[in-house]
Design a protein around this ligand. Structure first.
Ligand SMILES: Cc1cc2nc3c(=O)[nH]c(=O)nc-3n(C[C@H](O)[C@H](O)[C@H](O)COP(=O)(O)OP(=O)(O)OC[C@H]3O[C@@H](n4cnc5c(N)ncnc54)[C@H](O)[C@@H]3O)c2cc1C
Length: 577
C-alpha cells in the first residue's frame, strides 16, 4: 500500500470512514493517536482515525523535540520510565526511523567542584547502563573546564568546574507524527483530519462508534467501530465529558514554552542542559538555529492555542543568561511556541486501569514538574479505551498498551503488536539514498545540499519530492530566502502528507512558523499559490487562507511583540546547580 495522505482525496477518505464498520476508531491525531492507528492497522485490523485540526496540531508539534530517556526523571526515581524510554530511543535511532531521529550530544556543565561531578557522573553511569551494551549512541564522557569551553565557548568560564557529555536524540515532532500516520495509512488505516468526534455512539453500555463532524463543511456522520480509542491528549476530559463517560483519570495541563534563537546567538557545537531552580533548561541545536526551553506551569486556558506570555520569554532568557558569557536579548529571539503536557492528575481506580497508572493518590496539588510522565490506560466502558500521560519518546509502547486494552474483548484473538519491527516510511533504503546524494543532485539539477536537506526530512521518500521537481522544474526553487525548504515540499505536503491549509504547511510540514522572524507570513502567499491548483482554490480562497495564517501567526508570536524589560542579573544569581 502506498502510505500516502493525499489531501485531494479527502472526500474518498470521508466516504470510506462513514461506510465502516471499523474494528477500531482512533480519536486524536497527535503522536499517541497516530501510533495507535499504526499499531492497530499493522495487526490486521480495520482502522480509522479522526483529528479535529491537523496531524500534530496539539502538543505533538510543540515539544522539546527530544527522543530521550530523561535524565531528570532518573533523579526523580522514575527508573522504569527512563529504561523504557532509552530502549525506545535506540530502536527509533537504529531501525524504525533513522532518517527522523538523530543522536545528539548534550553538555552538562558542572559548577560545584567536589560534589557535583561524582553525583552527575553516577547518574550518567546508570543512564548508560540502563540502555544496555548494544547501543547506537556513544557512552558519556568527562570533560575538563577547558574541554567544556572548547565545545561550548558560549559558557561563562567563571565558576565552571568542567562538564559531562552524554547522548540523547532529537526529532522534528510534527514530521514524525505525520510519518507515523502515513505509515498507518500504508497498512490500510483511513486518516481524516479536520474531523472531530462530537460524541460516542452507544448501544446500552457498549460504545459502538462516534458521531463525527467534518470541520470543513459542518456535516455530521456516524462512524461505527467495534472499539473506540481516545487519544485526545489535553482534550481527553472533554471527549469523556461530552459523552457522559466517567473515566478513571483526569488530565492536568502544564504549559511549556520554547524560544527559537538565531544560530550565532550561542557559540557551541553541542546541545546543553543546565539546571534551573525548578527543573532543567535545554539548549538544543535546531538546524541553523537553537531551541531553548522550557517552562512548566499549570494551565487552565484555551487548549487549542496555549499562549506564551512575556514572563515566559523573560524567564527563559534569564535562566539562559545565568550560564552564558554573552547574554541573550529579545533581539536574538526568532520564534516562540507553547505546548500543553497532558499529565495524569488523578489515578484511575485499580479495576479499570492498566499497570502503568501512577498509583499514588492525591497528586492534584503537586507541582507539574513533579508529576509522573508515565501513561495511564483506562477502559471505562465496553468498547472504549482511553489513554493519557506519557511522553513522545514512548508513544509506541503507549499505542501498544491502549490497543491491547481496546481489543481485549474482541471475539477473535488479535495478534500482538508488531510495530517494533516496522520501519516508518522513508526508513527503508535510506543508506542508499544518502550515499547517492551527488548523483541525485546531478540527475535532478539541484545542489547536493538541497538533496541532503530532502533526505534529512523525508529519508528514502526524498525521491518522491525529487520526482515532483522533475515534472515541474520551478518547484525546485527555494520557498523563501534564508531557509532550505523547496517549493516542491509544499506540493508534496498536499499530495502525500495531508496538508489542507496554509497553516498545516507553514506550522507543521515546514517549520517557518517557529523558525522565521516573520513566522512565515511572507511565504504564505507563495504557499497558497502552490496549493491552489492542487486543491481547487480560487483567488478569494487563497486570500482567506493567507489572512487566516497571518492571524494564527500573530496570535502564536504575541508574547514576542509585547514590550517587557528584561530584569538585570546580579552576579550572585549565577548557576547554583
Ligand atoms: C513543552 C513540552 C515539551 C515536551 N518535550 C518532550 C520531549 O522532548 N520528549 C518527549 O518524549 N516528550 C515531550 N513532551 C511530551 C509529548 O510532547 C506529549 O506527551 C505528546 O506530544 C502528547 O501527544 P498526544 O497525541 O497524547 O496529544 P496531542 O498531540 O495533543 O494530540 C491530541 C490530538 O487530539 C485531537 N483531538 C482532541 N479532541 C478531539 C476530538 N473530539 N476529535 C478528534 N480529534 C480530537 C487534538 O486536536 C490533538 O491533535 C513535551 C511536552 C510539552 C508540552
Amino acid at each position: 500500500m502506498p502510505g500516502v495522505l493525499d489531501a485531494r482525496d479527502r472526500d474518498g477518505a470521508l466516504r470510506r470512514l462513514a461506510a465502516g464498520p471499523l474494528d477500531v476508531l482512533v480519536i486524536g491525531g497527535g503522536i499517541t493517536g497516530a501510533g495507535a492507528a499504526l499499531d492497530a492497522a499493522s495487526r490486521g485490523l480495520r482502522v480509522g482515525l479522526v483529528e479535529s485540526r491537523d496531524l500534530a496540531a496539539g502538543t505533538s508539534s510543540r515539544s522539546s523535540k527530544l527522543i530521550h530517556g530523561g535524565l531528570r526523571y532518573l533523579e526523580q526515581g522514575d527508573f522504569k520510565l527512563v529504561k523504557e524510554a532509552l530502549r525506545e530511543r535506540d530502536l527509533l535511532v537504529s531501525r524504525l526511523a533513522p532518517h527522523l531521529v538523530t543522536p545528539l550530544p548534550f553538555l552538562y556543565p558542572l559548577y560545584k567542584k567536589v560534589v557535583e561531578r561524582p553525583y552527575v557522573g553516577a547518574g550518567l553511569v546508570l543512564y548508560d547502563a540502563m540502555e544496555g551494551t548494544r547501543r547506537p549512541v556513544p557512552y558519556h564522557r568527562h570533560l575538563t573546564t577547558r574541554g567544556a569551553l572548547r565545545r561550548a565557548p558560549a559558557l561563562r568560564p567563571d565558576r565552571l568546574a568542567g562538564a559531562m557529555v552524554y547522548y540523547d536524540a532529537q526529532v522534528d515532532d510534527a514530521r514524525y507524527t505525520m510519518t507515523v500516520a502515513r505509515t498507518a495509512a500504508a497498512h490500510g488505516a483511513i486518516v481524516l483530519t479536520r474531523a472531530s468526534a462530537t460524541s460516542l455512539l452507544r448501544d446500552g453500555e457498549r460504545v459502538t462508534g462516534a458521531r463525527v463532524r467534518d470541520e470543513e463543511t459542518g456535516r455530521e456522520f456516524d462512524v461505527r467501530a467495534a472499539a473506540v480509542i481516545v487519544c485526545a491528549g489535553v482534550w481527553s476530559d472533554l471527549v469523556h465529558l461530552t459523552s457522559g463517560v466517567r473515566a478513571g483519570y483526569q488530565v492536568r495541563m502544564s504549559k511549556g514554552v520554547h524560544l527559537v534563537l538565531a544560530g550565532p546567538a550561542i557559540d557551541a557545537t553541542t546541545g546543553m542542559i543546565v539546571r534551573t531552580s525548578k527543573s532543567v533548561l535545554f539548549f538544543i541545536p535546531w538546524g541553523e538555529r537553537w531551541i531553548v526551553g522550557t517552562t512548566d506551569t499549570d494551565w487552565s486556558g484555551d487548549r487549542a492555542e496555549p499562549a506564551a506570555n512575556p514572563e515566559d520569554v523573560d524567564y527563559i532568557l534569564r535562566e539562559a543568561n545565568r550560564v552564558l558569557a554573552k547574554p541573550l536579548s529579545r533581539s536574538d529571539v526568532l520564534g516562540i511556541y507553547a505546548g500543553l503536557r497532558p499529565l495524569v492528575a488523578e489515578p484511575a481506580p485499580e479495576k479499570n486501569t492498566d499497570k502503568h497508572a501512577d498509583k499514588h493518590t492525591g497528586n492534584g496539588d503537586k507541582p507539574t514538574t513533579k508529576l509522573s510522565r508515565e501513561h495511564v490506560v483506562d477502559t471505562p466502558l465496553p468498547g472504549l479505551a482511553s489513554i493519557a500521560g506519557g511522553k513522545f519518546t514512548t508513544y509506541r509502547l503507549m499505542a501498544r498498551d491502549v490497543v491491547d486494552a481496546a481489543v481485549a474483548g474482541f471475539p477473535e484473538p488479535v495478534p500482538p503488536s508488531v510495530t517494533g519491527q516496522l520501519p516508518l516510511i522513508g526508513a527503508d533504503g535510506l543508506p542508499a539514498v544518502r550515499a547517492s546524494a551527488r548523483r541525485l543532485a546531478a540527475d535532478y539539477g539541484l545542489e547536493v545540499a538541497a538533496v541532503e536537506h530532502l533526505t534529512a526530512r523525508y529519508g528514502a521518500a526524498a525521491v518522491e519530492v525529487l520526482d515532483i521537481i522533475q515534472a515541474d522544474q520551478s518547484l525546485g526553487q527555494p520557498l523563501t530566502d534564508g531557509h532550505p525548504y523547496l517549493r516542491a515540499e509544499v506540493a508534496y505536503a498536499v499530495t502525500h502528507e495531508g496538508a489542507l491549509h496554509v497553516e498545516d504547511v507553514l506550522a507543521r510540514r515546514v517549520r517557518l512558523l517557529i523558525e522565521s522572524p516573520d513566522a512565515g507570513t511572507s511565504a504564505a502567499p507563495e504557499v497558497a499559490a502552490i496549493m491552489a491548483p492542487l486543491l481547487g482554490w480560487n483567488r478569494r480562497r487563497r486570500a482567506t487562507e493567507v489572512r487566516d495564517y497571518e492571524a494564527f501567526a500573530a496570535a502564536s508570536t504575541a508574547a514576542l511583540h509585547t514590550p517587557q524589560p528584561l530584569p538585570g542579573l546580579a552576579d550572585e544569581a549565577l548557576v547554583s546547580a
